[in-house]
Design a protein around this ligand. Structure first.
Ligand code: ZN
Length: 81
C-alpha cells in the first residue's frame, strides 16, 4: 500500500488493525518520506498528542523521540522500529 504524503490526519481513516496498533504502542509507522538533501527516506509515525490530537513526525535521537509539531509534547518510541 502506498501512503499519501503528508499522510491524512483524520484518525477515522485508520483501519481497525491500525487503531489497535496505535492503542497498543501509542504510535504507528505511516510510511517513509525523503526530504530534499537527505541521504535516505525516514519512517514517519502517527501518534496522538494529548493536547493537539493526531500528529506525525519522524524519530529523533537514539531514544526515538517524536515531537508534536504544535506544542512541546514528546513521545518516545524507544524499542519500536
Ligand atoms: Zn501537541
Amino acid at each position: 500500500m502506498t501512503l499519501p504524503f503528508p499522510p491524512p490526519r483524520d484518525p477515522s481513516t485508520l483501519s481497525l488493525l491500525d487503531k489497535l496498533r496505535l492503542w497498543l504502542h501509542g504510535c504507528m509507522p505511516v510510511g517513509e518520506h525523503q526530504k530534499p538533501g537527505w541521504k535516505g527516506p525516514l519512517t514517519y509515525y502517527y501518534f496522538v498528542c494529548p493536547d493537539c490530537g493526531p500528529a506525525y513526525d519522524y524519530k529523533h535521537g537514539y531514544r526515538g523521540r517524536l515531537d508534536c509539531p504544535t506544542c512541546d509534547y514528546r513521545f518516545y518510541v524507544g524499542y519500536l522500529g
